[in-house]
Design a protein around this ligand. Structure first.
Ligand code: PEP
Ligand code: MN
Length: 398
């Protein structure tokens, strides 16, 4: 039940009239440094929990940018449960984050802890994050109404959805229309995960508000092994974006190492997410090495070409993933002194694909056999090349 406040004659009885879906039934698009949240694109924000050193944040920025993240995150002012834990580099951290973002070509988002820091954080960051512990810091929310920067507002660990919306309303009512909501896990009785990620919040919020919603599976679970499955589930639930902690070397992270992905895990996740995004009718930014031609949805032919380009991006991502698996398999075989090439296995891969393609539609088994022969032989060529072993009699079918 919505909380009501008496506003006689005003005609609006919700406690959050500006945030309510009815204020903008078509939904809002909120941009961080030109990157749109709430549109067709599924946007991924990634980076370390905290800015630690110039090298660390640069490495993280480049890794996440290359994998297709569109915004860099990193805490300079850290809300730590213990006053003796690393509190962040403060203003120096803001400088390092902004530099890393510029170098990697990404806008940046970082947390503002205190009202008196709003101006300096707004000077260096493209968006200001309100942490879970500050979601009902009304003085801070009011100040953010005048910050001139978009706000990433995190739900608190015991904040109801309605309270979250009223917190957003503070920012909106004080002059700032650019608010993105973030579900990052709520406190429950179960210590298996750091928090309980409330994915139901995504469709619930979609019904109640026009504001974009992103999911934080890192703080939502506290466990790096759960980041990928919960990211996929968030996409399926309709999230507009994700915010994911990525550290160049999570084992040495100064904060939240156990929930941080390393660059390879993050790149693998981004590849996988492309398919999930496509299922939801959303586009995920392609990794940097792919060309970024302007989209041409304005004509029917252009729309189909764009969709075909997206499918091609996914095929390329899968081919890359397959080649990488071939490399890993190859290294194990070389270490064990086993032959790389197993012709029966190659034939099995091709037969399997042909059988799977036997149904109506698609290319048909003969064409699929030709495509898979090429995939198998090209994977083998790359493997021989990169593993630097004599080419005669080598190979991998995958
Ligand atoms: C963070 O994202 O850096 C953070 C501290 O998260 P939360 O406020 O959700 O705990
Ligand atoms: Mn963190």
């Amino acid at each position: 039940m919505a909380v009501t406040i008496a506003q006689p004659g005003h005609g609006r009885d919700l406690a959050y009239p500006l945030a309510a879906r009815t204020a903008r039934p078509e939904g809002s698009v909120v941009e961080i440094g030109g990157v749109p949240f709430g549109g067709r694109e599924l946007v991924v924000i990634a980076g370390p929990c905290a800015v630690e050193t110039a090298e660390q944040v640069h490495a993280a920025a480049h890794a996440v940018a290359e994998a297709g993240a569109r915004v860099l995150r990193g805490g300079a002012f850290k809300p730590r449960t213990s006053p003796y834990a690393f509190q962040g580099l403060g203003v120096e951290g803001l400088h390092l984050l902004a530099e890393a973002g510029r170098a990697a070509g990404l806008p940046v988002v970082t947390e503002v802890l205190a009202t008196e820091d709003v101006a300096v954080v707004a000077e260096h960051a493209d968006a200001l994050q309100v942490g879970a512990r500050n979601v009902q810091n009304f003085a801070l929310l009011k100040a953010l109404g005048r910050a001139g920067r978009p706000v990433l507002l995190k739900r608190g660990m015991s904040t109801t959805i309605e309270e979250l919306l009223m917190a957003a309303e503070y920012v909106l009512a004080h002059g700032n229309p650019d608010v993105i909501l973030c579900e990052r896990g709520i406190r429950s009785f179960d210590p298996s995960t750091r928090n309980t990620l409330d994915l139901a919040a995504v469709p619930v919020l979609a019904a109640l508000t026009h504001l974009p919603v992103v999911i934080d599976p890192s703080h939502g679970t506290g466990r790096r092994d759960l980041v990928a499955p919960l990211s996929k589930a968030a996409v399926a639930a309709g999230a507009d974006g994700l915010i994911i902690e990525v550290h160049p070397d999570p084992e040495t992270a100064w904060s939240d190492g156990p929930q941080s992905l390393d660059p390879r895990m993050f790149a693998d996740l981004m590849r996988e997410l492309a398919g999930y995004a496509a299922l939801e009718g959303r586009a995920l930014a392609a990794p940097r090495w792919r060309d970024a031609r302007p989209r041409s949805w304005s004509t029917p032919v252009g729309a189909y070409r764009d969709q075909i380009d997206e499918v091609d991006d996914q095929i390329l991502a899968l081919l890359e993933h397959r080649a990488e698996l071939g490399q890993r398999l190859g290294r194990i075989k070389v270490a064990a002194g086993q032959p790389l090439r197993v012709p029966e296995r190659e034939q099995d891969v091709i037969d399997r694909a042909a059988a799977a393609a036997a149904g109506p539609g698609g290319l048909g088994p003969d064409a699929v056999v030709r495509v898979f022969r090429a995939i198998v032989s090209e994977t083998r060529a790359v493997q021989e090349d990169r593993l630097e072993v004599p080419s005669a009699g080598l190979g991998v079918a995958g």
